[in-house]
Design a protein around this ligand. Sequence first.
Ligand SMILES: Nc1nc2c(ncn2[C@@H]2O[C@H](COP(=O)(O)OP(=O)(O)O)[C@@H](O)[C@H]2O)c(=O)[nH]1
Ligand SMILES: [Mg+2]
Length: 450
Amino acid sequence: MDTIAAIATPLGEGGISIIRVSGTSAIDVANKLSNIDLNQIPARKMTLGYVVNKGKKLDQVLWVVMPGPKSYTGEDVVEIHCHGGLKVSELVLEAVIEAGARLAEPGEFSKRAFLNGKIDLAQAEAIIDVIRARTDTSLRVAFRALEGELSETIEEIRDKLLKILATLEASIDYPDDVDEPDVDDLQNQMIKMHEDIDALIASFIKGKSLREGYLVAIVGRPNVGKSSLLNQLAKEERAIVTDIPGTTRDVVEVEINVSGVSVIFADTAGLRETDDPVESIGVGKSREYVKKSDLCLWVIDSSEPLTDEDYRIAELLKDKSVLILLNKQDKPSKVDATDLATLNLESKLLPISLTEGTGVNEFMLELEKQIGFSGYETMEEVLVTRVRHKKALEKARMSLEYAIENVASAPLDLLTVDLRQAYSALGEITGHVVTEDILDRIFEEFCLGK
Ligand SMILES: Nc1nc2c(ncn2[C@@H]2O[C@H](COP(=O)(O)OP(=O)(O)O)[C@@H](O)[C@H]2O)c(=O)[nH]1
Ligand SMILES: [Mg+2]
């Protein structure tokens, strides 16, 4: 394949910067710029030298030559470790391009690693998850996927499917020599596979929040204590708290690790009808956050009776998962259980006083229960973290369901059609079955130089 190059380290000032070159002529291209013969230096060891361009020394560097197939991409790879400055890495990259390499597209190194069979598609996706992980738990999950845990689980199911297919096909092709397979046995095997796939699909709820993080919108009327709640969670004054309704106009986001899950808490403008143009934009944003959030914390001022605004909020939150915080418990309560029942929300109610700090621990425990993720280290469960994987599993499950339903009545060759579909749907996850545009979409998300 043609030779590609990119800066593999983040752009900025640092100790070193690595320019990575990969492709059929990687060593030849790099050799044009090296003061030492890169064909003669020991493979996969660092050798001190210079990058020399048009007779001028550009930088003192460490050269590393990794001949394929024992390299990240499976092709010949050269790494140039130069000083970690913006200009110097830029000039070295330019020199490499002038010497005959092409600038790599985002994720192109990893794409080549996939195309050359160094990693499967689920592992390639795990690489980007390792890089993007924000908490120890999400890092563990991504790393286990990179080590091939998910791929192995999928391959095991595919192997079983293949065995069944082979048995069925043998009895279709050689009806005189091979007995018809036992229907009960076939059905049991398929039911077991169906259960395994079901469990994987069910793990997506947890897997998704671990990989993508979680968005919690703090909503409610003005002046109920939303910003006070955000500050309490952030353990610092992140949002302005005053007794003037309409203080918060823009959304203030704080990221917090809630037992392994990276959670963004968004403090929003109080929901009310307003003539103030700035505040009204803020209220519009609050509504958007409600829509895109995974959980809403609805703060209610229990020292004031419910208003029409509260009923409008209840309407807005109707299809969301909601925790209701009855704040200002230090003051005499004007809201009772009967009032709250009229809101028609089946949400958990938590009494709290943000100024006194009462109820805060109970609230944190409830939050951890709803979104937290502890004990992953010791867990055997393989997690599905990507929509792409979940969709493929659902496709496989559907084909398997057809097969299970029809196993007793349908002709054998019809059964093989369903099973083959399940087999190929699962193959999409590991990349055994993949189209060019799916590949492009996956590697587009990567950073340059990876
Ligand atoms: N008495 C009492 N006042 C509170 C409590 N929580 C917040 N407040 C006060 O309520 C007012 C509005 O708080 P703020 O957090 O700005 O509310 P927001 O408009 O919903 O963001 C401020 O004066 C807070 O000090 C509480 O638990 N008890
Ligand atoms: Mg506020």
